[in-house]
Design a protein around this ligand. Sequence first.
Ligand code: FES
Ligand code: FES
Length: 184
Amino acid sequence: MSEHRVTVTVNGRAVARTVAAQRLLRDFLRDELGLTGTKGACEDGMCGSCSVRLDGSVVKSCLLLAVEADGQAVTTIEGLAPDGGLHPVQQALIDNFGFQCGFCTPGFAMTMASLVAEPGAADLDAEAAREALVGNICRCTGYVRIVAALLDAARRVRDGEGRGQAASGPAPASGRAPGRADGR
Ligand code: FES
Ligand code: FES
């Protein structure tokens, strides 16, 4: 079994580890770094529960090897907002009751944070929001409240709520947001 040294910036903090060549990025984050907000369910890129941001793009970490992240920046749900704060999408998920068991919520939040940072996000309608979230699956909510949360978060970002947290850059290291919208 071959091993490789990787250096990854995770939630703003440089991390260096020796990993097996076949180690998934998701397992690296969860098992090596203890960032268990990133979930795993389908193992084949369908459910989105393992979504993280890799150098500015949302990716499914079950489809990437840890070695593929070498030299790049990863943001997980734990780093989405600064310590003690909530990203506008997390607050909107709470305020709109956009989760039940919460298993899918970190993945949705990562996708939603990327969406609301795009120009014109506040112009999304419900149909477009549903389409934009097609890569994330929820088995509890029926999606209505998640879609409402996305539209609400886009409005909040447009109106300047949580300014700085909706930007694409990661929050400082080790931030764990309180409440169930942090994925715990
Ligand atoms: S576990 Fe990665 S997409 Fe489902
Ligand atoms: S809230 Fe349970 S899977 Fe989405």
